[in-house]
Design a protein around this ligand. Sequence first.
Ligand SMILES: Cc1cc2nc3c(=O)[nH]c(=O)nc-3n(C[C@H](O)[C@H](O)[C@H](O)COP(=O)(O)O)c2cc1C
Length: 214
Amino acid sequence: MADNYLEKKYEEFKNSKKVVVKRTNPSLDTLLIKNRSTRGYLKEHVVRVDELEKIVRVNTQIASGRNQQVLRFRLVTKGVEAEKVVGCVRMGSALKDITLPLPGTEPEAFIVACLQKGKEEDRIVDVDLGISLQSMLLKAVEMGLNGLVIMAFNKEKLKDAIMLENEPLAVLAIGKGIEKFQLLQISEGDDHTYYRKEGIHYIPKVKLEDLLIH
Ligand SMILES: Cc1cc2nc3c(=O)[nH]c(=O)nc-3n(C[C@H](O)[C@H](O)[C@H](O)COP(=O)(O)O)c2cc1C
């Protein structure tokens, strides 16, 4: 009895010396700040199909107009198909003096958000699309990845490139980003164009006071 007591006390003492590392989940603000449109990726980091599936899984948990859930997703991982997708999209067209992606920094994984066969795109579907894309980006950021919504793409070329029968609505590039970002607070009348200077990508955001209607 006494032995057991001492043993127990010793165990308690040993355990009390263990360093407890508490992992706190990132706040929504942290995820939002980290969730920057990324157009340059680390080649060494190969995104796996199960990671893309984990990202797409958010679509089983989000809102959908009339709960229609007409979005479908085609996954593309590193390989010939991914190279073809890069040839179908336009990235960072506001940056006039550089063509993105820079060679060697191309995204190699994509989630192509499509319409379920036989369904029509409408306002509600487009809102669903926005909710879906942002939710997937936030999930990617939570997983230590980055992404980019791409709406400027050649639909027919993309369909041919990856033998897609569904109508593609948006392309989400996913990877481990290598870019540096800085948000800038602006007024509604200021220039909204993003730009790059000395290796930093600056993104102007309209300040709260100007977003509120009085
Ligand atoms: C609906 C939508 C479509 C977009 N299409 C493209 C695109 O085709 N190519 C691109 O490089 N970026 C695209 N972007 C990224 C925007 O340029 C980006 O969100 C904006 O510059 C602000 O940067 P931030 O996302 O880091 O805040 C798109 C973003 C959204 C929400």
